[in-house]
Structures are given as structure tokens and as C-alpha cells.
Design a binder for this molecule. Structure first.
Ligand code: MG
Length: 283
């Protein structure tokens, strides 16, 4: 990573008239690092958003550093890279930062090789093992790592309780209450966190996914670009934009996901730029 001269921020604020069609390929930005949210920004479920492929290709052609961010610990980084590649945005696993990677890297800094009980699915467990942790299925651990787990059970809750009674500490991947799926939503990691906190009477020490600055620290390291030269692109004000602003990144809100153009909270969140979609970016 080189120090490099900071890129001067553009002094023009972009605004978008609600419901105007996206202006494809119209905006060029000077930022060297690009952290790009996935769902609602690059794709919606299994559908690539129009122009996303061209925008990412243009950024890369302009020599920008690009990494993709997701709070979901359900798949491996390789799975996300495969999905992006399949949908038309070629990506490698080391360009993807998700909350299981962030938890593993963060905990490796705090307590490398520790014995850990994981409330999570196989890709989460594999990530912990790949980072050198001793993943155990009993309570003889120093940490209980809590993730979005569709196989959460009374037995896991009991193991977490017994582990905490023996002195184990709590850490979690992501704070999301629900996860949007085709046709609705399903319980996400907040449910597992609440259950463990309720029975142990302890609070998790960190929730590493968005909007925590911890995910940005890991992502900036992956990117190799300082915060001041980096922009985050996302569709959620309370995570992508709030987190980016708190950590000194530039922020681009896209209106292709959960945030609507007329939302009064946009002015309050004050993203640096508002675009109809990622399709407007040309590098
Ligand atoms: Mg999103």
C-alpha cells in the first residue's frame, strides 16, 4: 500500500429527481478504492442489476481497486465470487469481504488459534478453521461465535450457555434482524444473538458486520487503499452510508435497492452522491 496523494473529492453534489430513469454511464469519480455492496447494488437476488457489469468493468479499466461487501455469513467468499462471475461480473474470492471472513480476521487479531464454539453453518465453520481456530462442539472454548444459522437449535443454545458459564466471550457476525429472500424474509443473526444474550445475561462484545467499522478495517486492508481515497457504494442508509461516513470514506447511495428516492432520511444521512443505480458510474 502506498501513501499516495489523496484524490481531491469532487465538489459537485449529484441529486436525482425521483423516478427519473437511471442515466447510464454518465458519472466519473476520482476515488482509487471502491467498496461495493452486493444485494440491492450489484444484484437483486439472482438478477444482476442493469449496467452493473459495465460499471465494474469501467472501474477496473480505469485502474480502480474494487472489493465487494456482504453481511451474509451463509456462503463462502468463493461462493459469492462464483455468483458474481456467473451473473457477468468476474470476481475472485479475495475480492469479496463478508461477515464470516471479518469475524475470523478480527478474532485472529484478538485471540489467535483460540478454541471456539460456532453457532453457524458449514461455510462459517470452514472460515474459522481456515483462520486457525480450534472449532469445538462442546463448551470448553474461549469464544462463542454467533452467526446467521438456519440450523440453530436448543442444543446449540445450551452449549453457548455452558461455555459462557465457563468464562467464554461472545462475538457475532451481523446485526440483521431478517434476511430478504424471494417472496419475503427469514430470521437472521439478530435472532441468534438475542437468544444467546437472553439466556447468558451477557452482551456480545462486537458485531463485526455492517455497520461496524470492523468490516471496513478488514475491507480497506483487502483493498490496500486508505479510507480517504475510498468510496463505499450501497443501497442502505443505516449501514452502507452511515458506516462509510463514520469511518471517513466517501459515500454513494444507489436507489436500486431498499432506499427510495423520496426518502426524507437521505438528507439526514447525507451521502456524498446519490445515483439511480451503479449503472451511472463510468470509472
Ligand atoms: Mg445492499
Amino acid at each position: 500500500m502506498s501513501g499516495g496523494a489523496a484524490v481531491a473529492p469532487p465538489d459537485v453534489k449529484l441529486t436525482l429527481v425521483e423516478n427519473s430513469p437511471p442515466r447510464v454511464g454518465t458519472v466519473r469519480f476520482p476515488y482509487r478504492g471502491w467498496l461495493i455492496d452486493l444485494d440491492g447494488t450489484v444484484y437483486l437476488g439472482e438478477r444482476l442489476l442493469p449496467g452493473a457489469r459495465e460499471a465494474v468493468a469501467a472501474l477496473r479499466a480505469a485502474g480502480r481497486r474494487v472489493a465487494f461487501l456482504s453481511n451474509k455469513p451463509l456462503q463462502t467468499r468463493a461462493d459469492y465470487a462464483d455468483k458474481l462471475t456467473r451473473l457477468g461480473v468476474p470476481a475472485s474470492a479475495d475480492e469479496v469481504v463478508n461477515s464470516s471472513l471479518v469475524l475470523a480476521r478480527h478474532l485472529r487479531d484478538l485471540d489467535p488459534g483460540a478454541p471456539v464454539f460456532v453457532i453457524g453453518e458449514p461455510p462459517m465453520i470452514a472460515e474459522m478453521r481456515a483462520h486457525g481456530f480450534e472449532v469445538r462442539d462442546d463448551a470448553r472454548v474461549r469464544w462463542v461465535a454467533i452467526a446467521f444459522d438456519r440450523t440453530f437449535s436448543y442444543a446449540k443454545l445450551d452449549t453457548a450457555l455452558q461455555a459462557v458459564k465457563r468464562g467464554a466471550r461472545l462475538i457475532a457476525t451481523n446485526p440483521d434482524r431478517t434476511c430478504p429472500v424471494e417472496g419475503g424474509e427469514i430470521p437472521d443473526c439478530a435472532g441468534m444473538i438475542a437468544a444467546v444474550e437472553a439466556v447468558t445475561d451477557r452482551r456480545v462484545e462486537a458485531i463485526v458486520g455492517k455497520p461496524s467499522p470492523i468490516i471496513l478495517e478488514v475491507a480497506l486492508r483487502v483493498l490496500g487503499v486508505p479510507a480517504a481515497d475510498t468510496v463505499i457504494v450501497g443501497d442502505r442508509l443505516e449501514t452502507d452510508i452511515a458506516m462509510g461516513r463514520r469511518s471517513g470514506l466517501r459515500t454513494i447511495l444507489v436507489l436500486s435497492g431498499v432506499t427510495r428516492g423520496g426518502d426524507p432520511r437521505i438528507a439526514e444521512a447525507a451521502p456524498d452522491h446519490v445515483l439511480g443505480s451503479i449503472a451511472e458510474i463510468i470509472g
